[in-house]
Ligand binder design. Structure first.
Ligand code: COI
Length: 347
């Protein structure tokens, strides 16, 4: 691995008490290219510009996917990554579907390790702050014929972050637009899955919501995910989340929360859940809690669900399951309890 470090860190210019999500970047980044069937030697460089012409393939055809992951500093001051292998595996599932080369383990995981080691000073030791890591893969040939690229670039950039949402969120059950269709790319972290969501989300924001709850493409009757998060509903004593399909992103936070809940003996169901069921539960007071689960958002409490012309307020108990899970994850991430599931990897 080629490493070129900065001559002077810019960390002193960052106000760690005021970290808008994804605005500041650490001193270094990792870059690696794939051409003629082979990956180049990964390079760690000072964070900086992308050199390309306007014919950059990814800009025209959207052959691009990303990951979201975090590094934490535990109470002993050690910097650790949360389940990094899962992100590597998922990026390669996205790569396969988007017809991009898979990123080798040593490029992703060893490169990541080296990068975080170099920028370790940027990892906050905090209950709500962490270092958000953005690995991404995109087509980097410079031609505009509509065929797969001949060159691909894998890069990792990092950003110290605070909470993604300022507080509890209001979400609208989407009954017009669709995030993903069967046979499509909904299960990947394709860049376009997010770009395609901005317009429906902006419309929901105009109506006073923060996000949408996506429903199935065929009938808008099955609950799928919420904005950039998977969704969990507590109906009575049951914790219910939709099962993974090729339309739903296999969230690593989702998987971790399901593991914790099952470990705690909670009544967990991964099953299709309909809009009709959610609205009926909200109407008759059985919808006890709702929250989104994601890397950026962690556990994001939903305080209101809207459907067509109705809005339902959802309880947000301070001692509810959302709080318990957030604390459970933090205890592991900050090293306050034993890491029984081997989720943390020391850098
Ligand atoms: C993540 O949680 O990492 C996401 O993908 C959300 C991101 C789009 C901000």
């Amino acid at each position: 691995m080629k490493i070129t470090t900065v001559t002077k860190s810019k960390i002193d210019q960052i106000d760690f008490d005021n970290l808008p999500f994804g605005k500041y970047f650490t001193d270094h980044m990792l870059v690696c290219h794939h051409e003629n069937g082979a990956w180049s030697e990964p390079e760690i460089l000072p964070y900086g510009e992308l050199k390309s012409t306007y014919a950059l393939h990814a800009l025209h055809y959207g052959q691009a996917a990303f990951e979201g992951m975090k590094a934490y500093r535990n109470q002993s001051g050690e910097v650790q990554l949360f389940r990094p292998e899962k992100n590597w595996e998922r990026l390669n599932r996205s790569a396969e579907r988007l017809y991009m080369p898979e990123v080798p383990r040593e490029v992703f995981l060893d490169g990541l390790n080296k990068l975080i080691e170099l920028d370790a000073a940027w990892v906050p030791q905090d209950e709500v702050k962490s270092l958000y890591i953005r690995p991404f893969l995109f087509s980097s040939s410079e031609f505009i014929a509509a065929r797969p690229s001949e060159r691909y670039t894998f890069a990792i950039i990092c950003s110290p972050v605070g909470p993604y949402y300022a507080g509890a969120v209001k979400v609208k059950i989407e009954d017009t637009y669709t995030r993903a269709a069967s046979g499509g790319i909904g299960y990947t972290k394709a860049a376009g899955n997010y770009g395609g969501a901005f317009y429906p989300t902006a419309k929901a924001i105009q109506e006073g919501y923060n996000q949408v709850i996506w429903t199935d493409h065929a009938n808008h009757e099955l609950i799928e995910e919420s904005g950039t998060m998977n969704i969990m509903l507590r109906i009575g004593d049951k914790m219910i989340t939709p099962p993974l399909t090729d339309r739903i992103l296999a969230g690593i936070t989702r998987d971790s929360i399901l593991t914790l809940l099952r470990d705690w003996g909670a009544d967990v169901e991964e099953r299709p859940i309909t809009v009709t069921e959610v609205i009926a539960a909200a109407r008759n007071g059985e919808l006890m809690e709702a929250f989104g689960m994601g890397t950026a958002a962690v556990v994001s409490v939903i305080e209101q669900i809207g459907f067509k012309n109705e809005r339902f307020d959802i309880p947000t108990p301070t001692d509810g399951m959302a709080s318990k899970i957030r604390a459970g994850l933090n205890d592991i991430r900050l090293g306050r309890v034993e890491d029984r599931f081997n989720w943390m990897t020391k850098v």
